[in-house]
Design a protein around this ligand. Sequence first.
Ligand SMILES: [Zn+2]
Length: 339
Amino acid sequence: MSNLFRTLGRIFAAVLLPLPAAAEPPLQLPTANTNIYAPGAEDHYYVGTVGRPWMSGTFGCVRTDGWQLHEGIDIRAEQRDKKGEPIDPVRAIADGVVLYVNGKAGLSNYGNYVILGHERDGVEYCSLYAHLREVGEGIRSGARIRKGDQLGVLGRTSNTRSGISKERAHLHLEVALFLNKRFPEWYAKRIPGARNDHGMFNGQNLAGFDPTELLRSQQRQGAPFNLVKFIQSQPELCRVQVRETDFGFLRRYRALVEKNPLAEQSPTAGYEIVFSHVGTPMKLIPRTAAELKSKARVHLLSVNEAVQREHRCRKLVTQKNGRWELATAGQNLVDLLVY
Ligand SMILES: [Zn+2]
């Protein structure tokens, strides 16, 4: 009898309780090195720049005394062959598709690298794996990839003159959004004649977030982890208003658009774009004509001075005669975003 009640109870629970939305699977670490999750083991996870501590291998304004942005994290090799060269397999952090492979190490300071495209919680994002010793066979544009598939071998390829020493061999991992699929067109117009070997996969077209934060948050939160919430939880650097109502980024990242009841009653005349500490657009808010603060096509609305002080390397905003304005890098970023 009690078994019957238990079974009935289960059936009722299944019918009456709202089922949780299918949970997105957790991400996987890109190498066998798991020290990212071990407090105090940072030294075993990140590779600093020459002569610098591990912090210089993390994400953000960690280079050149805080004046240079490191767009990813540098993950330490753990496995070596007899010659001391790294042999760690590099694996996909999530299911996805190969978007781009650079197999000509001499064409980039990233050396051999692979970019995968993913989708999570309605957001298209990409992961980038750089300095690979070699790219796996079958890893070419368009190939479908399962989480954990091997993409190549960790290495130290790069076209920089100084190169990367055996000891500093690492995986440079980035996680980012694409600013504009029409990047090559924008770039050619902006700098006529300039070389762009990597099309829309040019680093300038990627707007990243901290892979450490991403990996740790989803590990800590488990199933409730949500990529939109994660993106929107980054520190806010500034807000910019644009008198544009239709641009590629907006169409692609509907999930980042915040509801505005006023803009549901009157036509949208522009958007307020919220930028993270490193210039990643993290929220878009539709604005009606009455809400717009300026007639200009692009208008800087606000700057979070504490965040700007702490993350000054992106140089998006600058102060002139006591007033904040978009610096050249900020103007370029907004221009590319709405192009
Ligand atoms: Zn790096």
